[in-house]
Ligand binder design. Structure first.
Ligand code: SF4
Length: 338
C-alpha cells in the first residue's frame, strides 16, 4: 500500500512534486493571477518576501491550496525582481521555513510511516540521502559518507565527526541537526527553481508588485552585473566635490556616499580611497566604518542607501529635472545591462 502525503504536508512543502502535480491537475493558468480574487495570494506572497528580505522566516501557515499558490507567486515575484541577491536571500529563508516545519514534523509525528514518508520524499528523492528515523525517539541515523559530505561544509566544532555519536558506520543525530544538514541543499533547490523557471510573460498583477519591491529595496542590493551607472546623482556629485576640495563632510553625507558606493558595487578599498582627502582622514577608523556599513563588521547588516525623502530632510538633496519621481539615489542614471 502506498501512503500519500496529506494536504498539511503539501502546505508546508510546496516545492515537492506532489504540489506541482496539484497545479497541473487543476489546469491552473498563470493568467488567472490577474483575476481580482487572487489579490489575497499576491499580497501574502509580497508579505512573505518582505519578511525574508528583512532576514525573518515567514512562519504563517494556511491551507495547502493557498500555500502552493503563494509559493508559486513568490517564485514569480523573485524572478521578476531579477536581482541575484534577492533570489539567494529568499531561497535561503524559504529553506529555513521548511527546516522549521520539517524539524517539528519529524519530532512530533507519531506515525513512523508518516515520518518515513517525509524522509523518503525530502531526503531521499530530492537529495539521495538515506536516513533511518526512530519510531519512539527523535533520533535519526545516516551513513558516515552522507554525513561528511554535508557536515564538512559547516564551520562549527559540533559538526566534526569526532564530536558525534558514531556506531557501525552510522552517525546518530537529533532531528533538528539532521534537518539543518540539508539547509544548503534546500536553498539551492529553491534557487534553481527560480533560475530555471521558463515564464513567457509574468502576469501584470505580479510584475507591478515586483517593480514596486525592486524600487523599495533598490538601495539595499548591489546592482553589479545588473545595472550600469552612467552618471552619479547630484547629491553624490555634490558630496564628492566637497571631499575633493579637502573640506569636511557631515556624518549624514558620509553615510550616504559610502552606502551609495557600496550599493553600486564599489569595493571596500575603493570606498576608503574616496575619503582619503577628508581633513580628518584616519585609515583605521574609515576602514572600520566602511566595513561596518558593508555588513562585514558588528551586526553584519548591510546598510541601505538613504531614500531621497530622507536626504531632502537632511539638506543633502540637490535635485535636478532628471531626479523627478526617484525614490532612492540608486535609481539615478542607471541602465539595465542586457
Ligand atoms: S532627488 Fe534623490 S537622487 Fe536626486 S539629488 Fe535628491 S536625493 Fe539625490
Amino acid at each position: 500500500m502506498s501512503i500519500k502525503l496529506g494536504s498539511s504536508e503539501l502546505a508546508k512543502y510546496p516545492f515537492l512534486q506532489e504540489a506541482s502535480d496539484y497545479i497541473h491537475e487543476t489546469k491552473f493558468d498563470f493568467e488567472e493571477f490577474d483575476r481580482p480574487e487572487m489579490i489575497h495570494i499576491i499580497n501574502r506572497a509580497v508579505e512573505k518576501l518582505e519578511n525574508e528580505l528583512k532576514g525573518k522566516v515567514y512562519s504563517n501557515l494556511d491551507e495547502y491550496e493557498i500555500e502552493i499558490m503563494t509559493f508559486m507567486v513568490s517564485l514569480l515575484l523573485i524572478k521578476s525582481i531579477g536581482l541575484e541577491e534577492v533570489s539567494k536571500k529568499c531561497s535561503l529563508f524559504e529553506a529555513m521555513r521548511v527546516e522549521k516545519f520539517l524539524t517539528s514534523d519529524l519530532s512530533n509525528e507519531r506515525s513512523v510511516e508518516k515520518k518515513r514518508l517525509l524522509v523518503q520524499k525530502i531526503f531521499f528523492e530530492l537529495f539521495k540521502i538515506s536516513i533511518d528515523v526512530n519510531s519512539t525517539s527523535s533520533i535519526c541515523k545516516l551513513s558516515v559518507p552522507d554525513y561528511l559530505q554535508r557536515a564538512s561544509k559547516m564551520n562549527e566544532q559540533e559538526w566534526k565527526l569526532i564530536n558525534r555519536s558514531v556506531k557501525d558506520g552510522y552517525v546518530y543525530l537529533d532531528t533538528d541537526e539532521t534537518v539543518r544538514l540539508i539547509r544548503n541543499e534546500l536553498s539551492n533547490l529553491i534557487y534553481s527553481r527560480i533560475k530555471n523557471m521558463k515564464v513567457i510573460e509574468i502576469p501584470v498583477s505580479i510584475k507591478s508588485r515586483a517593480d514596486e519591491l525592486r524600487d523599495k529595496y533598490a538601495g539595499r542590493y548591489v546592482y553589479r552585473n545588473q545595472f550600469k551607472i552612467l552618471e552619479y546623482p547630484p547629491c553624490i556629485k555634490h558630496a564628492m566635490e566637497i571631499i575633493n576640495k579637502g573640506e569636511n563632510l557631515p556624518h549624514s553625507a558620509r553615510f550616504m556616499l559610502a552606502t551609495y558606493m557600496l550599493a553600486i558595487g564599489k569595493t571596500i578599498e575603493d570606498v576608503i580611497d574616496i575619503f582619503r582627502n577628508s581633513p580628518d582622514y584616519n585609515e583605521k577608523v574609515t576602514r572600520y566604518q566602511v566595513e561596518h556599513l558593508a555588513g562585514k563588521k558588528g551586526s553584519h547588516t548591510k546598510y541601505s542607501v538613504p531614500s531621497c525623502d530622507r536626504l531632502r530632510s537632511e539638506d543633502l538633496c540637490f535635485a535636478i529635472k532628471e531626479c523627478e519621481n526617484l525614490i532612492n539615489p540608486i535609481q539615478f542614471g542607471r541602465r539595465k545591462i542586457t
